[in-house]
Structures are given as C-alpha cells and as structure tokens.
Design a protein around this ligand. Structure first.
Ligand code: SAM
Length: 228
C-alpha cells in the first residue's frame, strides 16, 4: 500500500516537474521578446542569434577595468563577442574590437556599435592586443540545458564547450600568447582548477581567479611569460 502511494505520488511529482520543465523551456526569454537586455548599465540589443548577456559576466568586465585603470590607449580584443556586450562595456576605457565565428552574431554586435570581424577563434586574428578578454562557450555538450532548460532558446554555438567543456580554454591557453600580454577569461563555477592547469601547462604566469557575487569562481586572469 505504502509502495503504491509513494509510487503514485512520485509519478505525480515527476509529471509536475516535467510539466514545469516543458513550460520553462517553452517560455521565450523576455530579453528576446523585447529585443534588448541590460548589461553593465547599458541597453544591449539582442536576438536569438546571440547569448543574452549575464550579470555574472559583469565580473569579467570589472577585472579588465581594474587591469587597465589609469592606462591609456589599451588595445583589447573581445573574442567570442556575441552581442558585443563585453566590448561595449569596455569601450569607454579602451580601444576594443570584437570577433566571433558566427556572422549572425556579428550582425548583432555591429548593430550595437561594436567594431568586429569574423574569426574561428584565432584564425583571422592578425594584430597584437594588450588584453584578450573572452567568455567562450563552456558547458559540457551533454549537460546543456540540464541546470536551466531556459537556455535551450539560446544558440547552441554560444553554449557548447565540447565533451568536457574545456575545448575553448585549450585553444586560448595554447594560442593567445602570440596575440596578447594578458588573458582574461570567464569560466564555469567548477572549472577553475582545470583551466588554471591548462594555463600553467602553457607557461602563463601570475594566474589569478576571481569570484562572482555569489562567491563562485568566475573569472581567470593570466599573463604571458616574458621571453628574454
Ligand atoms: C558564451 S557566448 C559569449 C557572448 C558574449 N561575449 C557574452 O559574454 O555575452 C560565446 C560566443 O562564442 C561564439 N563562438 C562559438 N564558437 C566560436 C569559435 N570557434 N570562434 C569564435 N567564436 C565562437 C559564439 O558564437 C558566441 O557568440
């Protein structure tokens, strides 16, 4: 009897959960409906071709702003720029360009006034920058949408960090040193150890991890080793 009651109430709970998941994965994010989102106090145009900028990513901007405080003519590349939110937030403080693999995302970044170019990571990067800032896709392929089904409305290309979520950090830690002195990366809250290892294995130094407002690891900053 007890088993029956438990089984039926479990299935009711499961049904309710499935309904609410379906409901929440169906409901289109408000930012897409209204066509804009707030980021660092600025109104950023968005559509379904770009990730909706997140409050957590404001930490990435703050870290870069602290690094460049009191410096002038700092050159920054916002790699994986998407809507261009990070580039826009930094544009008062530095000369910022953006790049992204996705032409549709670049069209949105351009609507937001970002000077940007198409590039599959470093494929079309030709200049040197003081800082490369990047919020790459970092969710493990088979975990996309598990924590928050709502993100299934956002472009998969903006989310999918490969089998272990680290695909883009491998590229960044191996290749960025040719193009910048300082690398500032957003990471998933549970990726700090692995990303620090990647950076150390590629000879980056002075590696620092910063937390977000919730006290979770969110941003990593690293400097290129100086060669004699
Ligand atoms: C997590 S979103 C970040 C968007 C924006 N920077 C932000 O913070 O809101 C990642 C972005 O990386 C871009 N992307 C995915 N693969 C890429 C690649 N191979 N090269 C360059 N950009 C890529 C996606 O198109 C997407 O715009």
């Amino acid at each position: 009897m007890l088993l029956v009651v438990l089984t039926s109430s479990t299935s009711v709970m499961q049904q309710t959960r499935d309904d609410s998941l379906t409901q929440s994965s169906r409901s289109i994010p408000t930012a897409y409906l209204q066509g804009w989102a707030w980021f660092c106090g600025k109104r950023i145009k968005v559509n379904k071709d770009v990730l909706i900028p997140r409050a957590d990513t404001e930490v990435l901007v703050d870290v870069v702003k602290n690094i460049i405080a009191d410096c002038s003519n700092v050159r920054v590349l916002d790699m994986c720029t998407g809507s261009g939110a990070v580039a826009i937030a930094l544009s008062e403080f530095a000369m910022v360009e953006g790049c992204d693999v996705c032409e549709k995302a670049l069209a949105v970044a351009r609507m937001n006034g970002v000077n940007c170019f198409q590039s599959d990571m470093f494929s079309n990067v030709t200049k040197k920058y003081d800082i490369i800032v990047c919020n790459p896709p970092y969710i493990k392929t088979n975990e996309i949408g598990l924590e928050d089904p709502g993100i299934l409305h956002e472009p998969r290309k903006a989310l999918d960090g490969g089998e272990d979520g680290l695909e883009f950090y491998r590229i960044l830690s191996a290749k960025a040193e040719k193009f910048c002195d300082t690398l500032v990366l957003e990471i998933g809250y549970n990726q700090a150890k692995e990303v620090v290892n990647l950076l150390e294995n590629n000879n980056w130094c002075n590696i620092l991890v910063y937390e977000d407002m919730a006290g979770r690891d969110r941003v990593i900053c690293a400097e290129r080793a100086r060669k004699n």
